[in-house]
Design a protein around this ligand. Structure first.
Ligand code: BJW
Length: 249
């Protein structure tokens, strides 16, 4: 089964944790949504941060440390090759925060759930900034911009937690790509890779793309909940499936 790409095809790719699994980054649902017996919601929500910022920083510091030791795999590299050939007719949207797509060389890239390697303030509207520092209980970093105004602000990882809005510019960029593809004369394909299809708004992108005329492809280890939304299913590990999936005509 091959996804055929000609000189007019547009391709929107959505990736999830499964793409990084072969690099050694654990997926969310494999760990039963638990970290050290804490439900993920305890360390990935604003309420969790308010209750125990030190615990949340320990969780993300561990993830930062681990993410620095892993490397992109053939699945990440296959998507860079496709982007190189398609240029602006390609957009990669990832739910992953591990930075592996960027390190592999992806440039037309939207990190819709944020980045492990950026920090922002929990209290003020300052822009996220590059940061790979590690913290834990008793060592929660403070916002210098808040301090300069005589306020107490805590820094937090720049990750989109449950119940938080995604960056509107991110959603606009995706919507614009879909709209351009709808208006364009050529074929439009949507490909989801390594994602359980449980978390919104990412899980709804397949329906938005299909409403704009896309042919929907799925590359995943197992059939996820929203399998029925896809016309084509290439089952297997993405590091093996992606390098063999595309056919340029
Ligand atoms: C392989 C493989 C291999 C393994 N090869 N494949 C509509 C309906 C219902 C609920 C909602 C809704 N709209 C919004 C919500 C609420 C909520 C939500 O979706 N909840 C659901 C759980 C029901 N969404 C939100 O809160 C979002 N915000 C929002 O919508 O704001 C507006 C709003 C505000 C207030 C109220 C209502 C609306 C924000 C969601 C942000 C999620 N962020 C997380 C946590 C980040 C923390 C962190 O990373 O530290 O992002 S959740 C977590 O799940 C993480 C992931 O990016 C995300 C998706 O997980 P993913 O990638 O799918 O991974 P897995 O593990 O689930 O699946 C891996 C898959 O790979 C599996 O299928 C394997 O088979 C496969 N696989 N190895 C190929 N080698």
């Amino acid at each position: 089964m091959r996804l055929t790409i000609d000189s007019d095809t547009r391709l929107l790719v959505l990736t999830g944790a499964g793409v990084s699994a072969e690099s050694g980054v654990p997926t969310f649902r494999d760990a039963n949504g638990l970290w050290e017996n804490h439900p993920i919601e305890q360390v990935a929500t604003p309420e969790g941060f308010r209750a125990d910022p030190g615990l949340v920083w320990r969780f993300y510091s561990e993830r930062r440390r681990k993410a620095k030791t892993v490397h992109p795999n053939p699945g990440h590299h296959a998507l860079v090759d496709v982007e190189t050939r398609m240029g602006d007719r390609f957009l990669l949207v990832t739910q992953n925060v591990d930075g592996l797509h960027r390190r592999a060389g992806s440039e037309r890239l939207v990190e819709m759930h944020g980045s492990l390697f950026e920090t922002r303030c929990f209290h003020c509207e300052r822009e996220p900034f590059a940061d790979d520092s590690e913290h834990g209980p008793g060592d929660v970093p403070a916002c210098d911009l808040c301090a300069a105004k005589g306020r107490r602000g805590l820094l937090r990882p720049a990750i989109v937690w449950f119940g938080e809005m995604l960056d509107p510019f991110v959603m606009q960029r995706i919507a614009r790509f879909i709209e351009d593809a709808r208006r364009a004369a050529g074929r439009f394909a949507f490909l989801a890779v390594g994602t359980s299809g449980l978390v919104y708004p990412a899980a709804g992108l397949v329906r938005e793309a299909r409403a704009a005329g896309a042919e929907a492809w799925l590359a995943n280890l197992e059939a996820p909940d929203n399998r029925g939304a896809f016309q084509h299913f290439a089952q297997g590990p993405s590091g093996k499936v992606l390098p063999e999936l595309f056919e340029f005509v």
